[in-house]
Design a protein around this ligand. Structure first.
Ligand SMILES: *Cc1c(COP(=O)(O)O)cnc(C)c1O
Length: 462
């Protein structure tokens, strides 16, 4: 019979972790009485009837709203009757531009529309190809399609979860016009390399920073590195307003065009027309409202401190779990100087957990009182792109070879991403606002599941 402890990675793990539990103690041959409190069953996973590692009621609820400090501005706006965009929206935009070290900020109705407007005013249109990662929220890809352009998927680096610059140049064609890197989970994409590729091939760069407010690359805020940066203030995001979004940029003429475009094409700044003659361009209307801006101003007050706590907790939690075999936490590029950690993630290798599937692991982790999920499904294989290809507009804009969906699918395979989507485990950012003890409880929940993976597997298979 194979000795459990002969597995070197397992022995190393048992030596390095400080899990004080009967299960671990027994596998090491230590008498249970050596453990504080003598006979306890704290190492029995909750899913097998043991006590919970975490108190699920303790996790910080999101969004945070503090009536005493947060409601004054909102009530002022409500009572003023000035609800369409005016001075409070202007104030929010000025603050968000300054916070990021950007010359300008324009708010819009949401992050999706921030992307749509930015792509549109950088002239990304029918016939253009845009390089994009498959590991992102669906909006990133929808924004490309809404402008009639063609998403071209570049596989990710599974260690960092980000679009892989090493795989980019092979995807560039004469039709490529833009790169749309996403700072996914709030961790930065490899911007120095991406910008070098963009420069070499004369491409514009739109940063999807929806998950990454205050994230920095070499001490520069993401969203200010490419031609434009887009943010989301949707309720789950780090600046929750319900809905809301923003574009930031140092390009004044571009920002003036964006202001005009998101306001029915009416003239603005350098995007001038004849005075009182009406719109100067095609436009839509996706303006933020005054009460949304008032909520946003309250949320931004807390952002810096919250970001610091999330980053400290993420580092701490990573250090507590990275030696557990089968748990492979995120890696950051060296250029990352600050990280918003909209999500905390590691890859789960089921082989190290006796073949316990990720779904079963997530179930066991939730049973411990730790909310978690498996994250994204691959975007490059979803049917909505086929619908675009079959649309009247796409059939008129593209040669039919380019709309061969089967060929498109073959050319857009992303095997690293496919694998990541089966292995990722996510914790949402509000968990990272907890205490060190809360992080410890997550680590011990995972350790308990590791130590009893076999038993959990058998009980779930019954
Ligand atoms: C949330 C999000 C968006 C879209 O923002 P909404 O405000 O929900 O429209 C776009 N990209 C990424 C990566 C996001 O996380």
């Amino acid at each position: 019979m194979k000795n459990k402890n002969s597995d070197p990675s397992r022995r190393k793990f048992l030596k390095q972790t400080s899990v004080a539990g009967i299960g671990t103690a027994l596998t090491l041959g230590i008498s249970p009485s050596l453990i504080a409190g003598g006979l306890d069953n704290s190492a029995t996973p909750a899913i097998l009837g043991g006590p919970l590692a975490s108190n699920p009621a303790k996790w910080i609820k999101w969004p945070i709203w503090i009536p005493e400090t947060d409601e004054k501005r909102v009530l002022e706006v409500l009572r003023s009757g000035i609800w369409s965009r005016a001075s409070v929206v202007n104030e929010f935009e000025a603050l968000w531009a300054k916070t990021n070290g950007a010359k300008r900020c324009l708010t819009v109705s949401n992050g999706t529309n921030a992307l749509i407007v930015a792509l549109n005013q950088l002239d990304i249109k029918g016939g253009d190809e845009v390089l994009v990662p498959p590991y992102t929220f669906i909006s990133t890809v929808q924004a490309i399609l809404m402008n009639g352009a063609m998403p071209v998927f570049v596989d990710i680096d599974p260690d960092t979860y980000q679009i892989d610059p090493a795989k980019m140049e092979a995807k560039i064609t004469p039709r490529t016009k833009a790169i749309l890197p996403v700072h996914i989970l709030g961790m930065p994409a490899d911007m120095p390399r991406i910008m070098a590729i963009a420069k070499k091939h004369n491409l514009v760069v739109i940063e999807d920073a929806c998950q990454a407010p205050l994230t920095e690359v070499n001490n520069q805020k993401v969203g200010t590195i490419g031609n434009a940066g887009c943010f989301s203030f949707q309720n789950s995001k780090n600046i929750p307003i319900g809905e809301g979004g923003a574009i930031i940029s140092n390009d004044i003429a571009f920002m003036d065009r964006c202001v005009s475009f998101q306001n029915l094409g009416l003239p603005f700044g350098t995007a001038v027309g004849t005075f009182n003659a009406g719109s100067v361009r095609i436009g839509t209307k996706v303006r933020l409202t005054e009460y949304q801006a008032a909520i946003g101003l309250a949320q931004i007050q807390r952002l810096d401190a919250q970001t610091t706590v999330r980053e400290e907790n993420a580092k701490y939690l990573k250090s507590k779990i990275e030696n557990i075999p089968g748990i492979v936490p995120y890696k950051l590029y060296d250029c990352a100087t600050r990280v918003s950690f909209h999500l905390f993630s590691f890859r789960y290798k089921q082989d190290a957990f006796k073949g316990l599937t990720r779904a079963a692991f997530l179930q066991a982790l939730r049973a411990e009182g730790v909310p978690c999920s498996g994250g994204y499904n691959p975007l490059n294989t979803q049917e909505f792109i086929k619908e675009a290809f079959e649309s009247k507009n796409y059939r008129r804009m593209y040669h039919k070879d380019m709309l061969d969906y089967k060929k498109y699918m073959e050319n857009n395979q992303c095997p690293e991403n496919d694998k990541l989507c089966t292995e990722a485990v996510w914790f949402t950012q509000n968990l990272l606002l907890g205490s060190k003890e809360d992080m410890d409880s997550i680590a011990s929940a995972i350790s308990k599941i590791y130590a009893s993976a076999d038993a959990i597997k058998k009980s779930l298979e019954k």
